[in-house]
Design a binder for this molecule. Structure first.
Ligand code: DDH
Length: 287
């Protein structure tokens, strides 16, 4: 009876790949949502959890999962993210040892990989904090503004111009919803697959103001079925940003490499890792 216990049965062993697999399985099962996947809204949850970071004060960021609480849950920018948080609840129930903060980021990592994006190396170690750590409203970007505002917001987190453009490629995924942001429509024709199409469309389509009674946004002249926000068009109006858009439009491998690096940086802003923190590179469900 002295058989060596396999690692997986030790209570202290935390099987992050098992959590990844559970999220990936639920993504496949729940293809009734939006364009057929919860992936985009899970990526947005991970980004909005992280994008509150302020490098001067060290406040905000993914460590804390404070969007569980009002007032942060009620911030206009977070409208609709309840769908992503609820999606992950059964995963939290099955793996109660993982913090919400680590789980939300793992949800983003899994979604990017399962939507055919690059590998996103993952480090756990985020601790949940209470509502006293909620960040003030206004730390996330305002889609109706231009390059100067976008720089103000992302420089505050510690990103440079190239990194800002690389992050924005996430808009290949998902769509705008009138009930959340007031804006409407997807950026690309395949909003559940990560590609460099966002950059190709920015450069390759003619963008005109959409005539409607909603907030000011652009539509592509040819099909009128795609959209860009004023903050997206800033990436081709601004010369410095545009140079990077051109690089990524021409080279999907370069986009994947830079996107992976910069999203890891985003997801780890303000997270207190230790010397012992391990890095995981997850297998996709079909590997
Ligand atoms: Fe975004 N984004 N985002 N975004 N975003 C929206 C949707 C999605 C801005 C505004 C909006 C990033 C940067 C910016 C995703 C990922 C990322 C919506 C629509 C607005 C508005 C929400 C709704 O109506 O449901 C602005 C402004 C910026 C900026 O850069 C200035 C970044 C950096 C990311 C990222 O993930 C790294 C994703 C995914 C979505 C689609 C969500 C969905 O439900 O579908």
């Amino acid at each position: 009876g002295d058989a060596v216990e396999p690692k997986a049965f030790k209570p202290e062993f935390k099987d992050y790949q098992a959590v990844y697999n559970e999220i990936a399985k639920l993504l496949q099962e729940h293809d009734e949502y939006d364009d057929g996947s919860y992936g985009p809204v899970l990526v947005r949850l991970a980004w909005h959890a992280s994008g509150t970071y302020d490098k001067e004060t060290g406040t905000g960021g993914s460590n804390g999962a404070t969007m569980r609480f009002a007032p942060e849950s009620q911030h206009g920018a977070n409208a609709g993210l309840i769908n992503a948080r609820n999606f992950l609840e059964p995963v939290k129930a099955k793996f109660p040892w993982i913090s919400y903060s680590d789980l939300w980021i793992l949800g983003g990592v899994c979604s990017i990989q399962e939507m055919m994006g690059p590998k996103i190396p993952y480090r756990p170690g985020r601790l949940d904090r209470d509502m006293t750590s909620c960040t003030p409203d206004g730390r996330l970007p305002d889609a109706s503004q231009g390059a100067r505002h976008v720089r103000d917001i992302f420089y505050r987190m510690g990103f440079n111009d190239q990194e800002i453009v690389a992050l924005a490629g996430a808009h290949a995924l998902g769509r705008c919803h009138t009930q959340n942001s007031g804006f409407d429509g997807p950026w690309t024709f395949s909003p559940t697959v990560l590609t460099n199409d966002y950059y190709k469309l920015l450069l390759g389509s003619k963008w005109q103001w959409r005539k409607w009674d909603g907030p000011k946004q652009y539509e592509d002249k040819e099909t009128k079925s795609l959209m860009m926000l004023p903050a997206d068009i800033a990436f081709i109006e601004d010369k410095e940003f545009k140079k990077t858009v051109e690089k990524y439009a021409a080279d999907n491998d370069l986009f994947f490499k830079d996107f992976s690096a910069v999203i890891v940086k985003l997801f780890e802003l303000g997270v207190p890792f230790t010397d012992k923190t391990e890095t995981y590179v997850f297998k996709n469900l079909d590997e």
